[in-house]
Design a protein around this ligand. Sequence first.
Ligand SMILES: Oc1ccc(S)c(O)c1
Ligand SMILES: [Zn+2]
Length: 260
Amino acid sequence: YYPWGYDGDNGPDQWHKNYPTAKGRHQSPIEINNKEVHYDRSLLPWFASYDPGAAKTILNNGKTCRVVFDDSFDRSVLRGGPLQGVYRLRQLHFHWGSSDDHGSEHVVNGVRYAGELHLLHWNPKYSNYLDAVRRTDGIAVLAIFLQVGKTPKPEMKRILEEINAIKTKGKEAPFPNFDPSILFPKSHDYWTYHGSFTTPPCEECITWIVLREPIIVSSDQMAKLRSLSKNAENEPDLPLVDNWRPTQPRYFRMVSASFL
Ligand SMILES: Oc1ccc(S)c(O)c1
Ligand SMILES: [Zn+2]
């Protein structure tokens, strides 16, 4: 395991030295531009069937804020859309900036959002998560943009209330009884393409489902996320901000849209 980060000598431009896949042809995130998107009328709607009882803990791993779910059976699943079969919800996490004008990983027609929520699911046709990350159809990530606005989504409150309990790297707190589908925007319109984890080892195993409609958060809620620290409790304070990877070359990939 090699230390990696988002700035200076262990930043995204250096990841390929220890994680060669980071220079692959199917990397994420990417720019999504209307001119290059292909409307695919055969794309089905996607469905999430999540059990609130599957939610377990919320943690700060020094890189993001993550909520972990019980994925020991098909308890909380995503299906439909571009997917074959069901994919098990394993965790959700966020990427955000140091100010409201940037922080998302995917960029839509040049627009950067303040942040991006990733709900990560794995394909149970493989024996476990680690096997799934080695397969091109192993993982499905539902990505939802966070846009700063005046009428924030009240459902975000539950996650942000827990931030105080996980201020520093390594801290974890119980996070029971949470159905992340309450965070979804009204519209299920999406873009989909094949890509990778946006963090090392950047395995190219992800079917991305990027929602067109952002959810609205307040500037104070973004400030709350930025109050997390990437250091451990007894170390000098380093704000956990700008944990987003710049967009990568699309090469010969098609980005399909579920909407006209
Ligand atoms: O653990 C992680 C899985 C997927 C993604 S996109 C991350 O940023 C972290
Ligand atoms: Zn992510």
